[in-house]
Design a protein around this ligand. Structure first.
Ligand SMILES: Cc1cc2nc3c(=O)[nH]c(=O)nc-3n(C[C@H](O)[C@H](O)[C@H](O)COP(=O)(O)O)c2cc1C
Length: 196
């Protein structure tokens, strides 16, 4: 038995991010659930942001933006950034900002992972502006990176305590690791190969 929910874009869960841009000479941050990867090589991401959002003005002016992944400790500030607009409130005071090579994509020091992006394509759909960005640099807090035998290793994502969200309007965080990509299907692959 399946129950129909209606035409809902129920992609779940999504990572919650804070998008950053320089607007009128100051950093501004907004909460985003509509964010994702468009490709690994070249490294392309997208954000989809309401046309009237203050952040969009800065992205359009400079052609740059950032995506910052907060930890659960930042939840109240994250939710707040999604409730008030830079049109009315100075959100730059909420975080410590740093800049990378582009100089106009403000990033949040308290977020363990930051992506610095240059806009390579922008289009409008309905009441949204979609900004496709090329990641020019990815920053990770040194505490989450170790080097072993000359290989860079990242902490398990659970340590980064990302905030997840779903269309049930609840925030979640990650559970434990349950497997590895291109690995867990190997038993089925071998079974299939034997049958051939
Ligand atoms: C959990 C959550 C997720 C959100 N996701 C988006 C989103 O993906 N796109 C969007 O345009 N607005 C989203 N918003 C709303 C904006 O963050 C909000 O309208 C914000 O005030 C815009 O800020 P600005 O005007 O300073 O740019 C979200 C808000 C919350 C609380």
């Amino acid at each position: 038995m399946k129950v129909q929910l209606g035409a809902v874009p129920f992609v779940y869960p999504v990572p919650i991010a804070l998008g950053g841009a320089t607007v009128a000479g100051k950093p501004n941050y907004l909460t985003l659930g509509d964010v994702g990867i468009m490709g690994i090589n070249p490294p392309l991401v997208y954000i989809s942001s309401g046309t009237n959002h203050y952040t969009n003005q800065g992205i359009l002016e400079h052609g740059t933006y950032s995506i910052n992944f907060p930890t659960r400790e930042l939840l109240a500030k994250v939710d707040y950034c999604g409730m008030v607009s830079g049109h009315d409130v100075d959100k730059s005071v909420l975080f410590e900002t740093f800049y990378g090579e582009l100089g106009t994509a403000p990033m949040i020091r308290e977020c363990p992972v930051n992506l610095e992006c240059r806009v390579v394509k922008e289009f409008s759909i309905q009441h949204r502006q979609v900004f496709v960005g090329e990641v020019v640099q990815a920053y990770v807090d040194a505490a989450f990176v170790t080097e072993e035998d000359g290989h860079v290793r990242f902490a398990e994502l659970t340590e980064l305590a990302p905030i997840l969200y779903a269309l049930d309007n609840r925030y979640y965080t990650l559970g434990p690791v349950i497997g590895r990509g291109y690995h867990e299907g190997k038993s089925l692959l071998e079974q299939n190969n034997k049958q051939e």
